[in-house]
Design a protein around this ligand. Structure first.
Ligand code: SAH
Length: 249
């Protein structure tokens, strides 16, 4: 179950932080680390700070985009200290641990961390399903990257131990089959294209519409079968829009 839980670090600046994150992960029994465009990696500093967790760095994967890092995940939780723009479903640290452990029984789940200086961009946040905030001092709430990873992976371990204590994982019952992040991205691209085909969305004036629609569908969290129905509806709308524009000519 813990093997299905992935830590994703986006555009990490200091290689030392990557090493400290590996160490934090290993102490809590996690080993799947994905790095999105790190400034420096591999690095001796990272290996030195990982201490006994250098194996996690050795097996870490480096990718170019967050979309790639979470493509196969159904749950992706963005760690962010600050509310930004439109709010995404919010978890606290313990709730994040419980949800990740529950969903990781079925499919890979990701915990996503931003760069040291800027944190995650709005767009990166919006490609995740949830946001988690560590309840810190409101006047100084930004933790060091590895400290944030330590707290959230500790909560994952506590949730894992609590579930193990209850006996097997099936006590919590079957979960719905949610689509992967990649399937959701295909849906949003299809939705946007359809809205352009019908003239509802005008290229020169996209505004905030797509963000609002993402927020709506993310909140609804359609199951894989429901997403198939929505894709079918979009295709039928596209077909009708095509027929109409031909009739007009
Ligand atoms: N200066 C940035 C924070 C960077 S800290 C900002 O103000 O947004 C590096 C990363 O650690 C963050 O992107 C986030 O993923 C995580 N982090 C730090 N403090 C956190 C908190 N209180 N709650 C959740 N995540 C936090």
């Amino acid at each position: 179950m813990l093997g299905n839980i992935r830590v994703v670090l986006v555009e990490t600046f200091h290689p030392g932080n990557i090493g400290s994150v590996a160490r934090a992960m290993k102490t809590m029994g996690l080993h799947d680390l994905v790095l999105v465009s790190p400034r420096v990696f591999p690095s001796e500093t990272a290996t030195r700070l990982a201490v006994g967790a250098a194996d996690i760095l050795e097996s870490a994967r480096v990718v170019e985009s967050l979309a790639e890092a979470i493509a196969d995940c159904r749950l992706a939780v963005a760690a962010s200290a600050r509310r930004r723009g439109h709010e995404w479903p919010l978890l606290d640290a313990a709730g994040c641990g419980r949800q990740m452990v529950a969903e990781a029984r079925q499919a890979p789940a990701a915990l996503v961390f931003g760069p040291e200086r800027m944190g995650l961009s709005n767009e990166q946040l919006q490609s995740c399903t949830h946001r988690v905030e560590i309840a810190a001092n409101p006047e100084y709430s930004s933790l060091n990257l590895a400290a944030a990873v330590q707290i959230l992976t500790y909560e994952i371990r506590q949730a894992h131990l609590a579930l193990e204590g209850k006996g097997s994982g099936d006590a919590t019952g079957e979960l719905p089959e949610y689509p992967s992040s990649e399937a959701m991205e295909h849906f949003y691209a299809h939705l946007e294209q359809t809205l352009r085909d019908t003239g509802f969305l005008i290229r020169q004036h996209p505004g905030e519409l797509m963000v609002r629609l993402r927020r709506l569908f993310n909140r609804a969290r359609p199951e894989a079968m429901e997403l198939n129905i929505l894709r079918g509806i979009l295709s039928s709308v596209q077909k009708a829009a095509g027929v109409r524009s031909r009739d007009d000519s």
